[in-house]
Design a protein around this ligand. Structure first.
Ligand code: TGC
Ligand code: FAD
Length: 390
Protein backbone atom coordinates (compact mmCIF):
# COMPACT_ATOMS: atom_id res chain seq x y z
CA UNK A 1 0.00 0.00 0.00
CA UNK A 2 1.29 3.46 -0.93
CA UNK A 3 1.20 5.55 2.29
CA UNK A 4 3.11 8.55 0.86
CA UNK A 5 2.57 11.91 2.63
CA UNK A 6 4.28 14.86 0.90
CA UNK A 7 6.26 17.12 3.25
CA UNK A 8 5.62 20.89 3.12
CA UNK A 9 7.64 22.19 6.06
CA UNK A 10 7.59 25.86 5.00
CA UNK A 11 3.93 26.01 3.87
CA UNK A 12 5.09 26.42 0.30
CA UNK A 13 1.64 25.28 -0.84
CA UNK A 14 0.41 28.74 0.20
CA UNK A 15 2.46 30.15 -2.69
CA UNK A 16 0.75 27.91 -5.26
CA UNK A 17 -2.52 28.64 -7.05
CA UNK A 18 -5.68 26.52 -6.84
CA UNK A 19 -4.92 25.30 -10.35
CA UNK A 20 -1.39 24.21 -9.35
CA UNK A 21 -2.78 22.26 -6.41
CA UNK A 22 -5.43 20.54 -8.54
CA UNK A 23 -2.91 19.56 -11.21
CA UNK A 24 -0.51 18.24 -8.60
CA UNK A 25 -3.27 16.28 -6.87
CA UNK A 26 -4.33 14.62 -10.12
CA UNK A 27 -0.74 13.57 -10.81
CA UNK A 28 -0.25 12.41 -7.19
CA UNK A 29 -3.44 10.33 -7.24
CA UNK A 30 -2.46 8.76 -10.57
CA UNK A 31 1.02 7.82 -9.32
CA UNK A 32 -0.49 6.21 -6.21
CA UNK A 33 -3.08 4.30 -8.22
CA UNK A 34 -1.27 3.34 -11.42
CA UNK A 35 2.49 3.62 -10.88
CA UNK A 36 3.34 2.60 -7.30
CA UNK A 37 1.66 -0.84 -7.51
CA UNK A 38 3.53 -1.92 -10.65
CA UNK A 39 6.80 -0.04 -10.75
CA UNK A 40 8.93 -2.25 -8.50
CA UNK A 41 8.20 -5.34 -10.58
CA UNK A 42 8.85 -3.42 -13.83
CA UNK A 43 12.21 -2.27 -12.47
CA UNK A 44 13.14 -5.76 -11.27
CA UNK A 45 12.30 -7.15 -14.72
CA UNK A 46 13.98 -4.19 -16.45
CA UNK A 47 10.85 -3.44 -18.48
CA UNK A 48 9.29 -0.11 -19.34
CA UNK A 49 5.63 -0.43 -18.30
CA UNK A 50 3.83 0.62 -21.48
CA UNK A 51 0.49 0.45 -19.62
CA UNK A 52 1.23 3.86 -18.07
CA UNK A 53 1.54 5.78 -21.35
CA UNK A 54 -2.18 6.64 -21.47
CA UNK A 55 -2.18 7.85 -17.86
CA UNK A 56 0.90 10.02 -18.45
CA UNK A 57 -0.96 11.69 -21.29
CA UNK A 58 -4.11 12.15 -19.20
CA UNK A 59 -2.32 13.95 -16.33
CA UNK A 60 -0.76 16.35 -18.84
CA UNK A 61 2.76 14.93 -18.60
CA UNK A 62 3.25 14.91 -22.39
CA UNK A 63 3.71 18.55 -23.33
CA UNK A 64 2.45 20.28 -20.15
CA UNK A 65 3.43 23.72 -21.47
CA UNK A 66 2.79 23.06 -25.18
CA UNK A 67 -0.31 25.05 -26.31
CA UNK A 68 -3.62 23.21 -26.41
CA UNK A 69 -4.01 23.85 -30.14
CA UNK A 70 -1.24 21.27 -30.67
CA UNK A 71 -2.63 18.81 -28.11
CA UNK A 72 -0.49 20.02 -25.19
CA UNK A 73 -1.91 20.88 -21.76
CA UNK A 74 -1.22 24.64 -22.10
CA UNK A 75 -0.04 24.93 -18.48
CA UNK A 76 2.52 27.20 -16.85
CA UNK A 77 6.05 26.17 -15.88
CA UNK A 78 5.25 25.61 -12.21
CA UNK A 79 2.51 23.13 -13.16
CA UNK A 80 5.03 21.39 -15.42
CA UNK A 81 7.46 21.18 -12.49
CA UNK A 82 4.83 19.87 -10.08
CA UNK A 83 3.82 17.12 -12.52
CA UNK A 84 7.48 16.05 -12.88
CA UNK A 85 7.86 16.06 -9.08
CA UNK A 86 4.91 13.74 -8.61
CA UNK A 87 5.97 11.37 -11.38
CA UNK A 88 9.52 11.09 -10.06
CA UNK A 89 8.10 10.42 -6.60
CA UNK A 90 7.00 7.21 -8.30
CA UNK A 91 10.13 6.54 -10.34
CA UNK A 92 12.85 8.55 -12.11
CA UNK A 93 12.55 6.29 -15.16
CA UNK A 94 8.90 7.18 -15.63
CA UNK A 95 9.77 10.86 -15.27
CA UNK A 96 12.51 10.34 -17.87
CA UNK A 97 9.95 9.14 -20.38
CA UNK A 98 7.84 12.24 -19.72
CA UNK A 99 10.86 14.58 -19.85
CA UNK A 100 12.05 13.21 -23.16
CA UNK A 101 8.59 13.25 -24.73
CA UNK A 102 7.82 16.81 -23.58
CA UNK A 103 11.04 18.77 -23.50
CA UNK A 104 13.29 16.91 -25.88
CA UNK A 105 10.84 15.86 -28.60
CA UNK A 106 7.70 18.04 -28.44
CA UNK A 107 9.57 21.21 -27.47
CA UNK A 108 12.02 21.23 -30.43
CA UNK A 109 9.23 20.39 -32.88
CA UNK A 110 7.07 23.15 -31.36
CA UNK A 111 9.88 25.73 -31.17
CA UNK A 112 11.83 24.94 -34.34
CA UNK A 113 9.50 22.88 -36.52
CA UNK A 114 7.36 23.92 -39.48
CA UNK A 115 3.59 24.24 -39.14
CA UNK A 116 3.21 20.92 -41.03
CA UNK A 117 5.58 19.16 -38.62
CA UNK A 118 3.70 20.57 -35.62
CA UNK A 119 0.35 19.41 -37.00
CA UNK A 120 1.69 16.00 -37.96
CA UNK A 121 3.58 15.09 -34.78
CA UNK A 122 2.54 17.15 -31.74
CA UNK A 123 -1.05 15.93 -31.17
CA UNK A 124 0.04 12.29 -31.49
CA UNK A 125 2.97 12.82 -29.13
CA UNK A 126 0.66 14.54 -26.63
CA UNK A 127 -1.77 11.61 -26.65
CA UNK A 128 0.99 8.99 -26.45
CA UNK A 129 0.01 7.49 -29.79
CA UNK A 130 3.57 8.38 -30.87
CA UNK A 131 6.48 8.01 -28.46
CA UNK A 132 9.63 10.02 -29.06
CA UNK A 133 13.35 9.93 -28.32
CA UNK A 134 16.13 12.53 -28.47
CA UNK A 135 19.49 11.65 -29.96
CA UNK A 136 22.33 13.95 -28.94
CA UNK A 137 24.88 11.77 -27.10
CA UNK A 138 27.26 9.55 -29.10
CA UNK A 139 29.66 6.82 -28.04
CA UNK A 140 32.61 9.25 -28.23
CA UNK A 141 30.77 12.49 -27.43
CA UNK A 142 28.81 12.74 -24.16
CA UNK A 143 29.65 15.89 -22.20
CA UNK A 144 31.03 17.36 -25.41
CA UNK A 145 28.14 16.98 -27.88
CA UNK A 146 29.60 19.69 -30.13
CA UNK A 147 32.15 17.10 -31.30
CA UNK A 148 29.45 14.80 -32.72
CA UNK A 149 30.21 12.88 -35.91
CA UNK A 150 26.68 11.83 -36.94
CA UNK A 151 26.15 13.59 -40.26
CA UNK A 152 23.79 14.12 -43.18
CA UNK A 153 24.36 14.93 -46.83
CA UNK A 154 22.02 16.75 -49.19
CA UNK A 155 21.04 14.31 -51.95
CA UNK A 156 18.69 16.60 -53.84
CA UNK A 157 15.25 15.31 -52.91
CA UNK A 158 16.28 13.86 -49.50
CA UNK A 159 19.06 13.82 -46.87
CA UNK A 160 21.29 10.80 -46.29
CA UNK A 161 21.93 10.27 -42.55
CA UNK A 162 24.79 8.24 -41.07
CA UNK A 163 26.11 7.76 -37.54
CA UNK A 164 25.21 6.43 -34.10
CA UNK A 165 23.67 7.79 -30.91
CA UNK A 166 24.10 6.06 -27.56
CA UNK A 167 22.35 6.09 -24.17
CA UNK A 168 19.05 7.19 -25.65
CA UNK A 169 15.95 7.05 -23.40
CA UNK A 170 12.85 5.54 -25.07
CA UNK A 171 14.95 4.52 -28.12
CA UNK A 172 13.92 0.84 -28.20
CA UNK A 173 10.22 1.64 -28.69
CA UNK A 174 10.19 5.18 -30.09
CA UNK A 175 8.07 5.99 -33.14
CA UNK A 176 9.99 9.19 -33.86
CA UNK A 177 13.46 10.43 -32.91
CA UNK A 178 14.67 14.02 -32.89
CA UNK A 179 18.27 13.51 -34.00
CA UNK A 180 21.08 16.07 -33.99
CA UNK A 181 23.58 15.74 -36.84
CA UNK A 182 26.09 17.84 -38.78
CA UNK A 183 25.58 18.90 -42.39
CA UNK A 184 28.35 19.04 -44.96
CA UNK A 185 29.51 22.41 -43.55
CA UNK A 186 29.74 20.93 -40.04
CA UNK A 187 26.68 22.85 -38.76
CA UNK A 188 24.39 21.01 -36.29
CA UNK A 189 20.73 20.57 -37.30
CA UNK A 190 17.78 18.61 -35.94
CA UNK A 191 16.09 15.94 -38.08
CA UNK A 192 12.92 13.99 -37.34
CA UNK A 193 13.64 10.32 -38.03
CA UNK A 194 10.66 7.95 -38.14
CA UNK A 195 10.55 4.25 -37.30
CA UNK A 196 10.38 2.19 -40.46
CA UNK A 197 12.85 4.32 -42.41
CA UNK A 198 15.29 1.93 -44.04
CA UNK A 199 18.69 1.74 -42.30
CA UNK A 200 17.35 3.03 -38.95
CA UNK A 201 17.59 0.65 -35.98
CA UNK A 202 17.27 1.04 -32.20
CA UNK A 203 18.97 -1.79 -30.23
CA UNK A 204 18.28 -1.85 -26.50
CA UNK A 205 21.01 -1.36 -23.88
CA UNK A 206 20.92 -4.18 -21.31
CA UNK A 207 22.44 -4.87 -17.88
CA UNK A 208 21.65 -1.45 -16.35
CA UNK A 209 21.63 -1.26 -12.55
CA UNK A 210 19.91 2.12 -12.76
CA UNK A 211 16.71 3.46 -14.36
CA UNK A 212 15.66 -0.12 -15.02
CA UNK A 213 11.99 0.77 -15.63
CA UNK A 214 13.05 3.06 -18.49
CA UNK A 215 14.11 1.61 -21.84
CA UNK A 216 17.52 2.89 -23.00
CA UNK A 217 19.10 2.14 -26.35
CA UNK A 218 21.04 3.25 -29.37
CA UNK A 219 19.91 5.03 -32.51
CA UNK A 220 21.84 3.67 -35.49
CA UNK A 221 21.71 5.32 -38.92
CA UNK A 222 23.06 3.43 -41.91
CA UNK A 223 22.39 5.50 -45.04
CA UNK A 224 18.94 6.52 -43.80
CA UNK A 225 17.00 8.53 -46.39
CA UNK A 226 15.31 11.34 -44.45
CA UNK A 227 12.72 13.38 -46.38
CA UNK A 228 13.63 17.05 -46.63
CA UNK A 229 10.39 18.04 -44.91
CA UNK A 230 11.71 16.34 -41.72
CA UNK A 231 14.44 18.96 -41.13
CA UNK A 232 13.85 21.32 -38.18
CA UNK A 233 14.39 24.63 -39.91
CA UNK A 234 13.82 27.10 -37.06
CA UNK A 235 17.24 26.90 -35.37
CA UNK A 236 20.64 25.34 -36.03
CA UNK A 237 23.95 25.09 -34.15
CA UNK A 238 24.67 23.47 -30.78
CA UNK A 239 22.43 26.08 -29.13
CA UNK A 240 19.37 24.32 -30.61
CA UNK A 241 19.71 21.02 -28.68
CA UNK A 242 21.10 22.86 -25.64
CA UNK A 243 17.96 25.01 -25.46
CA UNK A 244 15.89 21.79 -25.25
CA UNK A 245 18.11 20.64 -22.40
CA UNK A 246 17.28 23.84 -20.50
CA UNK A 247 13.65 22.80 -20.45
CA UNK A 248 14.32 19.17 -19.49
CA UNK A 249 16.87 20.09 -16.81
CA UNK A 250 14.31 22.45 -15.28
CA UNK A 251 11.85 19.54 -15.01
CA UNK A 252 14.53 17.36 -13.41
CA UNK A 253 15.18 20.02 -10.75
CA UNK A 254 11.56 19.48 -9.67
CA UNK A 255 11.52 15.74 -10.30
CA UNK A 256 14.45 15.07 -7.97
CA UNK A 257 12.46 16.65 -5.13
CA UNK A 258 9.80 13.97 -5.66
CA UNK A 259 12.33 11.14 -5.31
CA UNK A 260 13.79 12.80 -2.19
CA UNK A 261 10.34 13.30 -0.64
CA UNK A 262 9.52 9.63 -1.11
CA UNK A 263 12.79 8.53 0.52
CA UNK A 264 12.34 10.94 3.44
CA UNK A 265 8.70 10.03 4.00
CA UNK A 266 9.47 6.30 3.93
CA UNK A 267 12.43 6.67 6.30
CA UNK A 268 10.49 8.89 8.74
CA UNK A 269 7.61 6.41 8.96
CA UNK A 270 9.97 3.47 9.34
CA UNK A 271 12.03 5.21 12.03
CA UNK A 272 8.90 5.85 14.12
CA UNK A 273 7.76 2.22 13.83
CA UNK A 274 11.02 0.26 14.08
CA UNK A 275 11.88 -0.67 17.68
CA UNK A 276 15.45 -1.36 18.78
CA UNK A 277 16.74 -1.25 22.35
CA UNK A 278 13.03 -1.02 23.39
CA UNK A 279 12.58 2.34 21.64
CA UNK A 280 11.64 3.55 18.16
CA UNK A 281 14.87 4.23 16.29
CA UNK A 282 13.45 7.76 15.65
CA UNK A 283 14.17 8.49 19.31
CA UNK A 284 17.93 8.22 18.80
CA UNK A 285 19.77 11.46 18.05
CA UNK A 286 21.77 9.97 15.18
CA UNK A 287 18.58 9.07 13.29
CA UNK A 288 16.97 12.43 14.10
CA UNK A 289 20.02 14.20 12.68
CA UNK A 290 19.59 12.34 9.41
CA UNK A 291 15.86 13.07 9.22
CA UNK A 292 16.20 16.73 10.26
CA UNK A 293 18.89 17.34 7.67
CA UNK A 294 16.75 15.66 5.01
CA UNK A 295 13.72 17.89 5.58
CA UNK A 296 15.98 20.96 5.67
CA UNK A 297 17.53 20.08 2.30
CA UNK A 298 14.15 19.21 0.75
CA UNK A 299 12.73 22.55 1.88
CA UNK A 300 15.67 24.48 0.38
CA UNK A 301 15.29 22.54 -2.88
CA UNK A 302 11.55 23.27 -3.00
CA UNK A 303 12.20 27.00 -2.66
CA UNK A 304 14.90 26.92 -5.34
CA UNK A 305 12.58 25.11 -7.75
CA UNK A 306 9.63 27.37 -7.08
CA UNK A 307 11.63 30.57 -7.61
CA UNK A 308 13.12 29.11 -10.78
CA UNK A 309 9.59 28.30 -11.94
CA UNK A 310 8.54 31.91 -11.38
CA UNK A 311 11.54 33.10 -13.40
CA UNK A 312 10.73 30.58 -16.14
CA UNK A 313 7.12 31.78 -16.26
CA UNK A 314 8.47 35.31 -16.79
CA UNK A 315 10.88 34.06 -19.49
CA UNK A 316 13.82 35.17 -17.35
CA UNK A 317 15.43 31.89 -16.15
CA UNK A 318 18.99 31.61 -17.44
CA UNK A 319 20.80 28.41 -18.45
CA UNK A 320 23.14 28.86 -15.49
CA UNK A 321 20.24 29.25 -13.03
CA UNK A 322 18.72 26.04 -14.38
CA UNK A 323 22.07 24.25 -14.08
CA UNK A 324 22.38 25.28 -10.45
CA UNK A 325 18.94 23.91 -9.59
CA UNK A 326 19.40 20.64 -11.52
CA UNK A 327 22.77 20.04 -9.90
CA UNK A 328 21.75 21.01 -6.37
CA UNK A 329 18.45 19.17 -6.32
CA UNK A 330 19.70 15.91 -7.83
CA UNK A 331 22.67 15.91 -5.45
CA UNK A 332 20.29 16.60 -2.56
CA UNK A 333 18.07 13.68 -3.62
CA UNK A 334 20.88 11.14 -4.05
CA UNK A 335 22.33 12.02 -0.64
CA UNK A 336 18.91 11.68 0.98
CA UNK A 337 18.35 8.33 -0.74
CA UNK A 338 21.66 7.02 0.62
CA UNK A 339 20.92 8.20 4.19
CA UNK A 340 17.31 6.99 4.06
CA UNK A 341 18.45 3.57 2.97
CA UNK A 342 20.63 3.31 6.05
CA UNK A 343 17.73 4.25 8.33
CA UNK A 344 15.92 1.16 7.07
CA UNK A 345 18.88 -1.09 7.89
CA UNK A 346 18.66 -4.41 6.05
CA UNK A 347 15.12 -3.63 4.93
CA UNK A 348 16.59 -0.76 2.91
CA UNK A 349 18.06 -3.08 0.32
CA UNK A 350 14.90 -4.94 -0.68
CA UNK A 351 12.23 -3.94 -3.16
CA UNK A 352 9.49 -3.89 -0.49
CA UNK A 353 10.55 -0.25 -0.10
CA UNK A 354 11.23 2.23 -2.89
CA UNK A 355 14.44 3.77 -1.49
CA UNK A 356 17.09 1.57 -3.09
CA UNK A 357 15.36 1.90 -6.48
CA UNK A 358 15.37 5.71 -6.15
CA UNK A 359 19.03 5.63 -5.08
CA UNK A 360 20.08 3.57 -8.09
CA UNK A 361 17.93 5.64 -10.47
CA UNK A 362 19.47 8.87 -9.24
CA UNK A 363 22.90 7.66 -10.37
CA UNK A 364 21.60 8.12 -13.91
CA UNK A 365 19.86 11.40 -13.12
CA UNK A 366 23.09 12.89 -11.70
CA UNK A 367 24.84 11.88 -14.97
CA UNK A 368 22.37 12.61 -17.75
CA UNK A 369 21.23 16.03 -18.97
CA UNK A 370 24.73 17.26 -18.07
CA UNK A 371 26.83 15.60 -15.36
CA UNK A 372 27.23 16.98 -11.84
CA UNK A 373 30.67 18.27 -12.91
CA UNK A 374 29.45 19.94 -16.10
CA UNK A 375 26.75 21.87 -14.21
CA UNK A 376 29.33 23.09 -11.71
CA UNK A 377 31.46 24.30 -14.62
CA UNK A 378 28.44 26.10 -16.13
CA UNK A 379 28.04 27.99 -12.82
CA UNK A 380 31.79 28.60 -12.78
CA UNK A 381 31.68 30.02 -16.29
CA UNK A 382 28.71 32.21 -15.42
CA UNK A 383 30.33 33.83 -12.39
CA UNK A 384 33.88 34.17 -13.77
CA UNK A 385 33.20 34.63 -17.46
CA UNK A 386 35.78 31.89 -18.18
CA UNK A 387 34.82 28.50 -19.68
CA UNK A 388 36.81 25.71 -17.98
CA UNK A 389 35.44 22.89 -20.18
CA UNK A 390 38.29 22.81 -22.61
P1 TGC B 1 29.32 26.51 -26.10
O1 TGC B 1 30.41 27.05 -26.98
O2 TGC B 1 29.26 26.97 -24.69
O3 TGC B 1 27.91 26.77 -26.76
C1 TGC B 1 27.66 26.48 -28.13
C2 TGC B 1 26.56 27.38 -28.64
O4 TGC B 1 25.34 27.09 -27.92
C3 TGC B 1 24.88 28.27 -27.23
N1 TGC B 1 24.30 27.82 -25.96
C4 TGC B 1 23.00 27.76 -25.73
N2 TGC B 1 21.94 28.12 -26.47
C5 TGC B 1 20.71 27.92 -25.95
N3 TGC B 1 20.51 27.37 -24.74
C6 TGC B 1 21.55 26.99 -23.97
N4 TGC B 1 21.36 26.42 -22.78
C7 TGC B 1 22.87 27.18 -24.45
N5 TGC B 1 24.12 26.92 -23.98
C8 TGC B 1 24.98 27.31 -24.91
C9 TGC B 1 26.11 29.12 -27.07
O5 TGC B 1 25.77 30.46 -26.91
C10 TGC B 1 26.83 28.85 -28.39
O6 TGC B 1 26.18 29.59 -29.40
P2 TGC B 1 27.00 30.16 -30.65
O7 TGC B 1 25.97 30.89 -31.44
O8 TGC B 1 28.07 31.03 -30.06
O9 TGC B 1 27.55 28.96 -31.37
O10 TGC B 1 29.38 24.92 -26.17
P3 TGC B 1 30.52 23.93 -25.67
O11 TGC B 1 30.79 23.01 -26.81
O12 TGC B 1 31.67 24.66 -25.04
O13 TGC B 1 29.74 23.07 -24.55
C11 TGC B 1 29.25 23.67 -23.39
C12 TGC B 1 28.64 22.58 -22.46
C13 TGC B 1 29.73 21.65 -21.96
C14 TGC B 1 28.03 23.32 -21.30
C15 TGC B 1 27.55 21.79 -23.22
O14 TGC B 1 28.08 21.08 -24.27
C16 TGC B 1 26.81 20.84 -22.32
O15 TGC B 1 25.83 21.24 -21.71
N6 TGC B 1 27.21 19.53 -22.24
C17 TGC B 1 26.45 18.50 -21.52
C18 TGC B 1 25.77 17.62 -22.53
C19 TGC B 1 24.41 17.17 -22.07
O16 TGC B 1 23.81 17.71 -21.15
N7 TGC B 1 23.88 16.18 -22.72
C20 TGC B 1 22.54 15.71 -22.44
C21 TGC B 1 22.05 14.75 -23.48
S1 TGC B 1 20.30 14.52 -23.44
C22 TGC B 1 20.02 13.61 -22.08
O17 TGC B 1 20.87 13.35 -21.30
C23 TGC B 1 18.62 13.15 -21.88
S2 TGC B 1 18.45 12.15 -20.48
C24 TGC B 1 16.85 11.61 -20.52
C25 TGC B 1 15.99 12.36 -19.58
O18 TGC B 1 15.93 13.59 -19.59
O19 TGC B 1 15.30 11.75 -18.78
P1 FAD C 1 31.64 11.65 -20.29
O1 FAD C 1 31.32 12.90 -21.00
O2 FAD C 1 32.63 10.73 -20.88
O3 FAD C 1 32.10 12.02 -18.81
C1 FAD C 1 32.81 11.10 -17.96
C2 FAD C 1 33.25 11.87 -16.72
O4 FAD C 1 34.14 12.92 -17.10
C3 FAD C 1 32.09 12.53 -15.98
O5 FAD C 1 32.28 12.43 -14.60
C4 FAD C 1 32.18 13.98 -16.43
O6 FAD C 1 31.65 14.89 -15.46
C5 FAD C 1 33.67 14.16 -16.59
N1 FAD C 1 34.00 15.23 -17.54
C6 FAD C 1 33.73 15.28 -18.87
N2 FAD C 1 34.16 16.43 -19.40
C7 FAD C 1 34.70 17.14 -18.39
C8 FAD C 1 35.28 18.43 -18.29
N3 FAD C 1 35.39 19.24 -19.35
N4 FAD C 1 35.73 18.83 -17.09
C9 FAD C 1 35.61 18.03 -15.99
N5 FAD C 1 35.07 16.81 -16.02
C10 FAD C 1 34.62 16.37 -17.20
N6 FAD C 1 21.64 11.30 -24.06
C11 FAD C 1 20.81 11.68 -25.07
O7 FAD C 1 21.22 12.36 -26.00
N7 FAD C 1 19.48 11.35 -25.05
C12 FAD C 1 18.95 10.59 -24.05
O8 FAD C 1 17.74 10.31 -24.06
C13 FAD C 1 19.80 10.14 -23.00
N8 FAD C 1 19.32 9.33 -22.02
C14 FAD C 1 20.17 8.79 -21.11
C15 FAD C 1 19.72 7.82 -20.21
C16 FAD C 1 20.59 7.22 -19.30
C17 FAD C 1 20.09 6.14 -18.40
C18 FAD C 1 21.93 7.64 -19.26
C19 FAD C 1 22.89 7.03 -18.28
C20 FAD C 1 22.40 8.59 -20.13
C21 FAD C 1 21.53 9.17 -21.08
N9 FAD C 1 22.00 10.09 -22.03
C22 FAD C 1 21.17 10.52 -23.04
C23 FAD C 1 23.42 10.41 -22.11
C24 FAD C 1 23.89 11.40 -21.05
O9 FAD C 1 23.47 12.69 -21.35
C25 FAD C 1 25.42 11.28 -20.97
O10 FAD C 1 25.71 10.05 -20.34
C26 FAD C 1 26.05 12.44 -20.23
O11 FAD C 1 25.89 13.66 -20.92
C27 FAD C 1 27.54 12.20 -19.94
O12 FAD C 1 28.21 11.76 -21.07
P2 FAD C 1 29.16 10.46 -21.00
O13 FAD C 1 28.36 9.36 -20.40
O14 FAD C 1 29.72 10.25 -22.35
O15 FAD C 1 30.29 10.83 -19.97
Amino acid sequence: QDLFQAPDYYNIDDLLTEEHLLIRQAARDWVKRDVSPIIEEAAQKAEFPKSIIKGLSEIGAFGPYIPEEYGGAGLDQISYGLIMQEIERGDSGVRSTASVQSSLVMFPIYAYGTEEQKQKFLPKLASGEFMGSFGLTEPDHGSNPGGMTTNFKDKGDHYLLNGAKMWISNAPFCDVAVVWAKNEEGRIHGLIVERGMEGFSTPETHNKWSLRASATGELLFNNVKVPKENLLTGKSGLGAPLSCLDSARYGIAWGAIGAAMDCYDTALRYAKERIQFDKPIASFQLQQKKLAEMITEITKAQLLALRLGQLKNEGKATTAQISMAKRNNVDMAIKIAREARQILGGMGIVGDYSIMRHMMNLESVITYEGTHDIHLLITGMDITGIAAFK
